[in-house]
Design a protein around this ligand. Structure first.
Ligand code: AMP
Length: 518
């Protein structure tokens, strides 16, 4: 039987694990590392570097070294999130023909799934080296707060890399699975607090007799370690400009050096109270070379990043409320993601949940271990374990006044079917247009259009007299089927709404062939 590997495709680092017997093992990469940087670099001679080799040369090749591409996956070029990335990334982000955010390296335009495929392909090879055989199947994790387009894009990345994605698993659910399978007494409620390089997720799960039931999930898909780094970088750029009148932000090489030094300093301040950023010859001023030397303290970092730390609170409160619990009813808090090593983040979780998080879990590896554990469930090897996940966004249709009417509310267990009846709004209305949206705002303008279709030939009658029953069926893979039925005549129109990554099936196949033939 071929192996199914578990992959945590992180914003900053990725990790691959496989089930050996009943235990999941993290697979070392070619350098002996247990995680691999999610970095892809394109060299002038046409070569492509992935992982640590790509990260190492980022300083000398900032425009052609792609990192944190996960933050772009499934995003439109015009979104505020993309605008923020365009401001801060040394590489070029462009608008694709379909309006998606893509990247440009030299004269090549690439979609985020194409870039992520290089990371997944690299992890696939690491696993193949270790197992001594071809690996063609994987379970890949995504932030719980990823929407359908982002999930689909992740699946496409796998397909391009030659991997069949057997399941897309929510990162906090994977972590809970890895943590809870052997450790949690039945009847426990655990909160998984996952702050990684680019996203923040919080999930609350009840574990009872082997059933892992997600009660609520929330998060912020634009809050992570990169934002902490960015605040440090901005502060140092500002200070340097004040002191020397030189804007380091204009120079991609200086910026990349500063980025690496800032991240390192942030990490060091998790275990030390102070550290130093030391960048000799970072710029040239009228009087000659300029150096950046700055002592940083943990206090300074905490003050600076207070607004980000504060943003962790809202999603936690929302998840606790959605789970209809109070904080005291949560038995354990499990920390996931490298950023949870920052003492102020730990302190924040203590303030919110009123208890110390559990120790002894490696936050960088637990998600991949959970994904590998899920492969055992899929194969029937862990019969006593069942996963019940939820949908992280509400799904509904547009009604009069551009309002959003939800049929399936966020945090509903999947699979699910929901039905609602709507009435016509005009006399002798001939058809209704069913416009399906995903979102959590009262107006559709804040939501994402997933698809639309018409139900025509309605019987004539005054406004409000003709009724249409709309049903939403959402399966475990997040595929939505919508049907609309005119109640009097029984006429039905339905549509399968498949989330789209923005890439057509043919394009994915073509990219996959190109990737295999490199
Ligand atoms: P992940 O996506 O889970 O690999 O998390 C990566 C993020 O965690 C990056 O922003 C890292 O800089 C950050 N990180 C890793 N180790 C530490 C540490 N000791 N202190 C603070 N942040 C860290």
């Amino acid at each position: 039987m071929s192996a199914i590997v578990g992959i945590d495709l992180g914003t900053t680092n990725s990790c691959v694990a496989v089930l050996e017997g009943t235990e999941a093992t993290v697979i070392h990469n070619e350098l002996g590392g247990r995680t691999t940087p999610s970095v892809v670099a394109f060299k002038e001679d046409g070569g492509i570097l992935v992982g640590a080799a790509a990260k190492r040369q980022a300083v000398t090749n900032p425009r052609d070294t792609l990192f944190a591409v996960k933050r772009l996956i499934g995003r439109k070029f015009d979104s505020p999130a993309t605008a923020e990335l365009r401001r801060t990334m040394p590489y070029e982000i462009i608008r694709a023909n379909n309006g998606d955010a893509w990247v440009r390296v030299g004269d090549r335009d690439m979609s985020p799934p194409e870039v992520s495929a290089h990371v997944l392909g690299h992890l696939k090879r690491i696993a193949e080296e270790y197992l001594g055989k071809e690996v063609t199947q994987a379970i890949v994790t995504v932030p719980a707060y990823f929407d359908d387009a982002q999930r689909q894009a992740t699946k496409d990345a796998g397909r391009i890399a030659g991997l069949e994605i057997r399941a897309i698993l929510n990162e906090p659910t994977a972590a809970a699975l890895a943590y809870g399978v052997h450790r949690t007494p039945t009847g426990s409620v655990i909160a998984v607090f996952d702050l990684g390089g680019g996203t923040f997720d919080i999930s609350i799960l009840r574990i009872e007799d082997g059933v892992f039931s997600v009660m609520a999930t929330s998060g912020d898909s634009f809050l992570g370690g990169d934002d902490f780094d960015r605040m440090v970088i901005d502060a140092l750029v500002h200070e340097f400009q004040e002191e020397h009148g030189v804007d380091l932000g204009e120079d991609p090489v200086a910026l990349q050096r500063l980025k690496e030094a800032s991240e390192r300093a942030k990490q060091e301040l998790s275990s030390s109270l102070d550290t130093e950023v030391h960048l000799p010859f970072v710029a040239v001023g009228p009087q000659g070379p300029l150096h950046l030397v700055r002592k940083l303290t943990r206090d300074w970092l905490e003050q600076l990043t207070r607004p980000l730390l504060e943003r962790l609170e809202g999603p936690c409160r929302r998840a606790i409320g959605d789970a209809k619990l109070n904080a005291a009813e949560i038995d354990q808090v499990v920390l996931v993601g490298g950023m949870t090593r920052m003492p102020a983040v730990v302190e924040k979780t203590f303030n919110i949940f009123g208890k110390r998080p559990v120790k002894g879990v490696n936050p960088d590896e637990i998600v991949a271990i959970g994904a590998a554990t899920q492969s055992a469930i899929m194969r029937g090897g862990l019969k006593e374990v069942v996963l019940l996940d939820v949908t992280s966004h509400s799904l509904g249709i547009r009604v009069e006044g551009n309002r959003f009417s939800a049929l399936i509310h966020r945090n509903t267990h999947i699979p699910v079917r929901e039905t609602k009846i709507f009435a016509t709004t005009e006399n002798d209305q001939e058809f209704v247009s069913v416009e399906v949206f995903q979102g959590d705002t009262p107006l559709v303008s804040g939501s994402r259009l997933l698809g639309q279709f018409l139900l025509g030939d309605l019987p004539r009658g005054p406004a409000g007299s003709v009724q249409v029953q709309v049903s939403f069926t959402l399966d475990v893979d997040g595929i939505l089927c919508v049907d609309a039925k005119e109640i009097r005549t029984g006429k039905v129109t339905s549509k399968r709404i498949l989330a789209s990554s923005g890439l057509s099936r043919d394009t994915v196949e073509e990219l996959s062939r190109a990737y295999a033939g490199r």
